[in-house]
Design a protein around this ligand. Sequence first.
Ligand code: ZN
Length: 272
Amino acid sequence: MQVTTLSDGHLTLPRSLLFASLDPEAVDQILQARGIAAGPMHPPLNVTLLRHAGRLVLFDAGSGPGFQNTAGQLTAALDAAGVTPDEISHVVFTHCHPDHLWGVLDDFDDPLFPNAQYLMGEAEWAYWFDPNTASTISGDRASMAVGALRRLEVMEERLSRFGDGQEILPGVAAHASHGHTPGHMSFELRDGQQSLLIGGDAIGNHHVSFVQPEWAIGTDQDANLAAKTRLRLLDMLSHDQMQLIGYHLPKGGIGRVEKAPTGYRFISSFEE
Ligand SMILES: [Zn+2]
């Protein structure tokens, strides 16, 4: 297996969205200790590319042209990696938020990956494909639901669904990590003695979610369930010494997890 990450750019998010229910001073202390300047947050966007057994597999599809102007750079990153979109054989989704899903369509609303099979967790599909979700989800998330449904309708014919624990491709197992969204999925890759978790947004940042993993994050739809999932994954990753790719983690998002005096620490592969 050959695994790399490609940058789709970054997002710009107000702190009030990410840390809505937290004490701003306590958050500032954690961010300052990591050299993160005051003001909005700029989480990176790391799309994973797996080359294995003749397949070219993307995990998530980036933001596409219509979400934020600092995002949607995946096609340029693929080009730089020498990959054309028609060579992608599979696109596997962690969840249906815009920065992970909307990149399946190009500037003309046509599928960007014309030869790809799509793979998505059953619960995540069921939630966003339900036309009622746009009216039952909290108000500020309604546009995400409308945008997801429009894309899922285009994708439906070439999409297959899977459940927790299923081996979706050789050496790639689905790992339920619900909370960030109702059906969020992570993926365990195994190749010989090596293992790696593609964690999506289950561990959504390298600061607050590592130092205080039980604290509620504003972008998690079910913050309590997301915190339980995060604690379970951090424990597993540090205990089993598995590598982690996080969609919004720094420096390409690849690294490992270590226990720290308070909570955990993300150690980027580029720091070792
Ligand atoms: Zn995300």
